[in-house]
Ligand binder design. Structure first.
Ligand code: NZQ
Ligand code: ZN
Length: 381
């Protein structure tokens, strides 16, 4: 294991009816901005619960943070926050609303244009922020990362805030209203978050491996129920907590990571608007296929422990493991090939050119350059 420091200060408040605790979680003298997406919270009753819990509190509302939150929208919230001297930002929605809120909270105490924070990749100052999560996928509720898009240039980049959410409230009942395509995207995102921290060199930590495998097995087991059984509280609880534990640093202690699929996926979303989790379902099987030699030992462990795959030869087991991964995404109802989205060579070339121009190097060992990215994208066709 490598040396590491683990410090995750987010207070996780989990369970039925816990939104009612909002008033107790936020100090009385706070000036609050409530931040929402496009209106799903008005249909599923979450908005009323938040308003009831915060009645008589000093709070303004900002609406319209879109999926893949855009800097053009967030700038408006930042200007309003500065004008109103907001000191606590509460995201009510999915990963996009919370990611947007992370930039709003950082932008509110930043002199320049907030896009500079995104380009720098980190915010060294931020106001406090917290969340009521209504879509489980990103793990944003218990990490300091955010991914922000810029509409004018079709760009999408991640940055890390100096602050984590002060608290995040997760009531699995809020997920009952998520449409099935968003559930599928979420399950794909959770599964690939685990894989990008797991599918690296062997023998770094038995414990991290087992935790990661446990989350993947849980997601594989519950996925059909999550998709079919809208009001099953127990299943939704496991779904919700899996998303949080997949990307709150718990399975990353002391081990290497490889975020190749996510980095390619962000470009695909930026250029085509395909949803985040959906891009991963296309790219991940191809990444495994292209990197099957360097990841051989870990793929064999994954095949055995997650999918219980046997075979006559290592080659056969690896092929079956890649096929099982792709079948899992298809079982969620997701497409796994670029042509199914009508994406052809033009977009592939654009993505490869971007990586070339930026001299991006990805992978656990820093050996995935634009040429390897091209191989991966061609393998997704
Ligand atoms: O905007 P509203 O009306 O709220 O509707 C949303 C949105 O249209 C809807 N929705 C959310 N909760 C709902 C619901 N509809 C019905 N019932 C509910 N309970 O779902 C749609 C998609 O929401 P969005 O927030 O965009 O989805 P998700 O949570 O998957 O977030 C995706 C974004 O997170 C980034 C992605 O790149 C993408 O921009 N990621 C953030 C990460 C992080 N912060 O750590 C890591 C991830 O890898 C990911 O990159
Ligand atoms: Zn993701």
């Amino acid at each position: 294991m490598q040396n590491f420091v683990y410090h995750n200060p987010t207070r996780l408040v989990f369970g039925k009816g816990e939104i009612a605790k909002l008033g107790a979680l936020i100090e009385k003298d706070r000036k609050i901005m409530l931040i929402f997406g496009g209106g799903s919270v008005k249909q599923n009753g979450v908005y009323e619960q938040v308003k009831a819990a915060l009645k008589d509190r000093d709070a303004i509302e900002f609406w319209g943070v879109e999926p893949n939150p855009k800097i053009e929208t967030l700038r408006k919230a930042i200007a309003l926050a500065k004008e109103q001297k907001i000191d606590l930002f509460l995201a009510v929605g999915g990963g996009s609303v919370l990611d947007g809120t992370k930039l709003i909270a950082a932008g509110a105490v930043y002199e320049g244009d907030a896009w500079e924070i995104v380009l720098k990749g980190y915010a060294d100052r931020s106001a406090d922020y917290a969340s009521v999560m209504t879509l489980s996928a990103t793990g944003s509720e218990m990490n300091a990362g955010a991914v922000i898009s810029r509409g004018e240039t079709d760009e999408k980049f991640a940055f890390f805030s100096v602050k984590y959410p002060v608290f995040s409230i997760l009531d699995p009942q809020t997920t009952y209203s998520i449409p099935s395509d968003q559930l599928a995207n979420g399950l794909s995102d959770i599964f690939v978050h685990v894989l990008e921290q797991y599918m690296t060199s062997m023998g770094q930590s038995r414990l991290m491996d087992r935790w990661a495998e446990g989350i993947m097995q849980t997601i594989a087991e519950i996925a059909p129920k999550v998709l079919d059984n809208a009001n099953d509280y127990k299943t939704r609880s496991d779904y919700m907590l899996s998303a949080t534990l997949a990307l709150n640093g718990m399975i990353a202690m002391g081990v290497t990571q490889d975020w190749t699929t996510h980095m390619i996926g962000h470009e695909l979303t930026a250029l085509t608007d395909i949803a985040h989790g959906a891009t991963l379902a296309v790219i991940y099987p191809a990444t495994l296929s292209v990197l099957r030699e360097s990841k051989k030992d870990k793929i064999l462990q994954y095949a055995d422990r997650v999918w219980r795959i046997n075979g006559e030869s290592q080659n056969e087991i690896i092929c079956k493991a890649i096929a099982a991964t792709e079948s899992f995404f298809r079982s969620l109802g997701l497409k796994t090939r670029l042509f199914e989205y009508g994406v052809g060579e033009g977009i592939i070339d654009k993505i490869v050119n971007r990586f070339e121009e930026r001299k991006t190097i990805l992978g656990e060992n820093g050996d995935i350059d634009a040429a390897v990215v091209k191989k991966i994208l061609l393998a997704c066709k």
